[in-house]
Design a protein around this ligand. Structure first.
Ligand code: GLA
Length: 687
């Protein structure tokens, strides 16, 4: 990969905040004026003012419009757009325009096209048809990025740079020759000698020993299971390669506009496995995220909460931007349903309640042509006399009333440990079961705590856990020694730590920690598992004990687990081959406790256990809300606190012990807060 030299005297303190020229929260979306005639663009400005829009992402897919033939630049429409938006008081997250190379580029340089593991070439005609590691593509992308920075770097409408778009969205893994070469370079840097690589990958197995790095390939389609560590390292490499692409474009921008913040839109959902976003965090001046709910998912608002908590986790607790979501239906699910009445507002304010300082959409005006013409937008095909447009205007007004929460942080005393390499490794092939989905486990625990009203921060195994009274560690199959020690130290210091099945199994090279499972956590938990008993599809077990409030069902997984002295069995299997063996255990550790959950409990069982963990760790919420009413807090540096209450149910709700000023209705709450069915309330709490 060809790299431009990094800016010499870059001063992070000189980067202005992305929202320096905005008052309150950001509100807007992707704006694609190149798809429209000028009279429509003029109308856009009027409607944007009406909706209260103050920030837009511009020029994301504009390369072919800006440079229709190589070297022939047409800036006219973008110059006009930037000036007009500035005149309208709207700021711009200006893209590098690189997200989709123009047709002339891939025709002239077909070698930049990415490839799947089976050799299939991904051609031009959609978007993102480029290999991030190809030096030719890199050169062209850097040149376009530099042009954007040189032309608009001083423009008063420019708030921040938006590098490329959803990097890795369609091509998280590229198996092209360029990627293979970059993979070998990455491996050489990681292992220095091929012997170390052989050790790490366990290549004594199946005659896989390498004599030179030159023989190493990406895990291409193979007759049977590819080497697991090769697969895992390719995941690590691919995330790093995508980040390297971002960094290179970012460095180009920094060189020319060192004062302008830079970001790219992440996709921290429970479905996006490609990139280790925690390792990207330091390179983003502000974390920006795109999130889309899945219409068929009845608990989509709970999944949204997890995605928002992941964004905040990547941001290290700092406020972040919701760069994209949808006003209503999308176009890429099997069945694309509109949102329910009020759902878009609730979705938006859930993100704000969980730390977002901007609410943005894909996109401003619904396209007339192209693959996304049936994707909703702020302004739909049917125009202004629509519920979608009215809700766009309503949301703009609502966000203006919430401007004072900007910059505050979400308060939480519970941590959910999430780790992308553990995700990648836990789902490799040739495992005890192919049914295990890491994010299902993370999601179930997050949901169980959500139902208890416990707000969690998502953190990595090595994060500072000092502020947390409850630390939940779902299925952390891979963990290094430092991560395991950090989690154990939290229990010693007084936290309640809960670790679940198939955790601590392997080290960072995917090599088993010997002596019994869950290897890295055996001492902390006081348990030793000798064998996994995975369950067949549809098979369930009965689990009984106080940990699950009597009896629960479990599926997927069970273990033959021995307990050490001092470890209490708080639930056991009641049937099946492991009848009588421990299912859930508990142990005092230092000033805290460590729990092990050796199976996958059903919703009721998990709920009972989550409630017990919340109680014993003292993380139960101060304000008790009825089921389906989500309550969180944001707190400013000066101690001002806001309570967000979002009623996801069809029933009016009443919360006790809430006194303060309600910002959306402009009323005062004298101790009792009414939250009508489907509504949101935000109270600045009385000191
Ligand atoms: C992503 C992309 C957008 C658009 C939306 C559609 O988030 O960044 O360009 O394609 O998906 O949901």
């Amino acid at each position: 990969m060809r790299r431009r030299s990094a800016p010499t005297a870059f001063d992070p303190a000189a980067v202005r905040p992305w929202n320096a020229r905005l008052t309150g929260l950001g509100y807007g979306g992707d704006y694609n004026p190149e798809q429209w005639d000028d009279d429509v663009r003029v109308e856009d400005l009027r409607l944007m003012r009406e909706a209260g829009v103050n920030i837009l992402s511009v020029a994301i897919f504009s390369w072919a419009t800006l440079e229709p033939r190589e070297g022939e630049l047409d800036w006219s429409w973008l110059d006009r757009t930037m000036d007009r938006l500035h005149d309208a008081g709207i700021q711009v997250a200006l893209a590098t325009a690189t997200a989709s190379p123009p047709p002339w580029l891939t025709r002239r340089h077909p070698e930049i096209l990415p490839r799947l593991a089976d050799g299939t070439v991904l051609h031009q005609g959609g978007r993102q048809a480029y290999s991030v590691t190809h030096p030719v593509h890199r050169d062209y992308a850097l040149r376009m990025t530099a042009r954007m920075a040189e032309r608009y770097g001083e423009h008063p409408a420019l708030a921040l740079w938006h590098v490329d778009n959803e990097i890795g969205c369609h091509v998280p893994r590229d198996y092209s020759d360029a990627a293979a070469a970059a993979f070998r370079t990455w491996l050489t840097e990681r292992y220095t000698t091929v012997e170390r690589l052989n050790e790490a990958w366990g290549t004594a197995f199946w005659s896989q020993r390498y004599g030179t790095f030159d023989d190493v390939l990406p895990p291409l389609a193979a007759p049977t299971f590819a080497n697991p560590t090769q697969q895992l390292d390719f995941d690590r490499f691919s995330s790093d390669a995508l980040l390297d692409y971002y960094r290179d474009l970012r460095d180009t921008l920094r060189e020319i506009t060192p004062h302008v913040p830079t970001t790219t839109n992440l996709m921290t959902t429970s479905a996006c496995k490609g990139m280790d976003y925690f390792s990207w965090a330091d390179d983003l001046d502000v974390v920006a995220n795109d999130h889309y709910t899945i219409a068929a998912d009845e608990d989509r608002h709970v999944e949204l909460a997890l995605a928002a908590d992941l964004s905040r986790g990547v941001a290290g607790g700092e406020p972040w931007m919701l760069m994209e979501h949808s006003t209503s239906a999308v176009n890429w699910q099997p069945r694309n349903r509109p949102k329910l009445p009020g759902e878009m507002l609730r979705n938006s304010l859930q993100h704000v309640a969980r730390g977002a300082d901007a609410v943005m959409f894909f996109q401003w005006r619904q396209s007339r042509a192209g693959a996304e013409k049936f994707h909703s937008a702020m302004l739909p095909h049917a125009g202004e006399d629509t519920d979608v447009w009215r809700s766009t205007v309503e949301l703009g007004e609502t966000l203006q009333r919430l401007g004072e929460v900007r910059g505050s942080r979400v308060s939480s005393r519970a941590a959910l440990v999430v780790d992308y390499p553990a995700w990648w490794a836990s789902e490799l092939d040739s495992h005890p079961t192919q049914e295990l989905r890491y994010m299902d486990e993370v999601r179930s625990w997050h949901a169980a705590l959500w139902e208890q009203g416990v707000t969690v921060d998502t953190v990595t195994p090595r994060a500072d856990l000092d502020g947390y009274d409850l630390v939940v560690v779902p299925t952390l199959y891979l963990v290094d020694d430092a991560g395991a020690a950090n989690i154990a130290a939290a229990a010693e210091r007084g936290a309640t730590v809960a670790v679940t099945f198939f955790s601590g199994i392997v080290d960072g090279c995917d090599q088993v920690r010997l002596g019994g499972y869950p290897g890295a956590f055996r001492d902390l938990l006081g348990v030793r598992t000798e064998e996994f008993y995975t369950l067949q599809e549809g098979e369930t077990l009965s689990v009984v004990g106080k940990a699950v409030d009597g009896e629960a069902r479990a599926d997927l997984w069970s273990e033959k687990t021995h307990v050490a002295d001092g470890t209490e069995v708080v639930a056991a299997y009641d049937d099946g081959p492991l009848a009588g063996w421990p299912a859930v255990t508990r142990r005092d550790v230092g000033d805290g406790t460590a729990w092990y959950v050796g199976t996958r409990l059903d919703r009721a069982g998990l709920g009972a256990l989550a409630s017990r963990l919340a109680q014993s760790s003292g993380t139960t919420p101060r304000v008790v809300a009825p089921a389906g009413v989500e309550v969180t807090r944001r707190v400013a540096d000066d101690g001002t606190a806001w309570l967000f209450a979002i009623n996801h149910t069809a029933h009016d709700a009443v919360l006790d012990d809430v006194t303060g000023a309600e910002l959306l209705t402009g009323t005062t709450t004298p101790g009792v807060l009414e939250v009508p069915a489907g509504a949101v309330r935000v109270v600045r709490l009385a000191a």
